[in-house]
Design a protein. Structure first.
Length: 411
């Protein structure tokens, strides 16, 4: 078994484990409330199971579909994503003051999740063309400009969390492609400054920042969610209260099955369960970056880096926010939080990583230009025949002897 196949199997194992664990935790976090609201304790987990099935189908499809074909689809994906982000602002269903979802009968779709994947594919295709951006001017055109358009549309929904995850993904791809750290730091500083401005001029975002600094100052207001998450994590202890025994999910912790599900995991499974989950994401990050390092195709290398950062970066931000180490941004926990669009896109990303891991395109033979051909086409590189050291010495000696004889004849 080659290294690529081992990494692919390990990635499959971790992904399947996270999806199965997510279904269990979604049921645990929603069974009581679903029974009261819909009369069916399994209402949410059934819906999540349907999305998991769709995501697994896409994962196996992308695992067999050569990832190089995505390079040609990059412009179509970007234009489609921009169109959907505009459409959701007009036609989207408003939930808690935000327009992030589009409803198609029983299905609910979040265009921002597709935007992450589309921008990763486009950025990988652009970086594979030639030299990476070396200055702020090169960084701005076109990567900075296009990502700014995406960010503005996301902030209008509003969806600050997705905008942050997109910039983190692009930063990882640029760093892997060879963009200087100084240039990348300057670009991220400008993006951070604009993000702070967007937070400051939006009252609810400003309240979240201040509540993150001292959530206990307004424990019944802006800091309520963080305080309740901390209580849930702390009450779990080392081994937890037991699966299904959470108290915080019973009308204490808002969004317990989506953004804040890590608090329920800590309460029910304790420090041991939370650590095991973090270890699973660390394994995913290790395998994903190994796949990126082994890939010889520039497009595949950049794409694997971006997709790995997309999954693990979101996980890190979500866990840090629930633990009170970062402001709440609305980023879900990949594979685990309730949410169909996030789960489907994450599994599709796993399928692409699997395709890159097994060497589709990564084992392409090197090509060199054949100067002796009239048509200028390239030929496959071949190793030259090696002569023995003794043969080389004999040839050199014959040339020296012949040269000395010619010199004697001239004299």
């Amino acid at each position: 078994m080659t290294k690529g196949h081992f990494e692919a199997r390990l990635l499959l194992l971790v992904s399947f484990g996270l999806v199965a664990f997510g279904l269990v935790m979604v049921y645990s976090a929603t069974s009581a409330s679903a029974a009261l609201q819909n009369g069916d304790p399994a209402y949410y987990v059934k819906r999540q199971g349907i999305y998991a099935g769709l995501g697994l189908a896409l994962m196996f499809l992308f695992a067999r579909f050569r990832f190089q074909a995505l390079r040609k689809l990059a412009p179509v994906l970007v234009i489609s994503s921009l169109g959907l982000l505009v459409a959701v602002l007009v036609l989207g269903q408003a939930v808690n003051g935000a327009r992030r979802w589009m409803t198609f009968g029983p299905a609910v779709f979040q265009p921002s999740e597709l935007a992450k994947l589309a921008l990763a594919v486009w950025a990988a295709a652009y970086l594979a063309r030639g030299r990476p951006p070396m200055t702020l001017k090169e960084l701005w055109r076109p990567i900075g400009a296009l990502s700014s358009v995406f960010a503005v549309l996301l902030l209008l929904e509003p969806d600050l969390g997705t905008a942050i995850s997109i910039f983190l993904m692009l930063a990882a791809m640029l760093l892997a492609a060879g963009t200087p750290v100084r240039t990348l730091g300057g670009g991220l500083s400008l993006a951070t400054a604009l993000g702070i401005a967007a937070v400051w001029f939006e009252p609810y975002r400003r309240a979240r920042i201040f509540s993150f600094i001292n959530p206990w100052h307004d424990a019944q207001g802006a800091g309520f969610q963080i305080v309740q998450a901390m209580i849930g994590l702390g009450s779990g202890g080392i081994f937890g209260l037991g699966l299904g025994q959470s108290v915080q999910k019973a009308n204490y912790l808002p969004e317990a099955h989506t953004d804040m599900i890590f608090a329920i995991i800590g309460e029910e499974l304790g420090l041991v369960g939370a650590t095991a989950l973090i270890a699973a994401y660390a394994t995913f990050a290790y395998v994903g970056l190994r796949i990126a390092l082994r890939c010889r195709d520039p497009f595949g290398k950049a794409l694997a880096t971006g997709l790995t950062m997309l999954v693990c970066g979101q996980a890190a931000i979500n866990i840090a926010a629930v633990m009170g180490l970062a402001p709440l941004t609305g980023i879900p926990l990949p594979f685990v939080s309730y949410g169909g669009s996030s789960l489907v896109v994450a599994l599709a990303a796993v399928g692409i990583l699997l395709n890159i891991a097994v060497g589709h395109g990564g084992e392409a033979a090197a090509r060199v230009r054949d100067r002796g051909r009239g048509d200028g086409r390239a030929r496959a590189a071949r190793a030259r025949r090696r002569r023995s050291a003794a043969g080389a010495r004999r040839t050199g000696e014959l040339r020296r002897v012949a040269g000395s004889r010619r010199g004697a004849a001239r004299s």
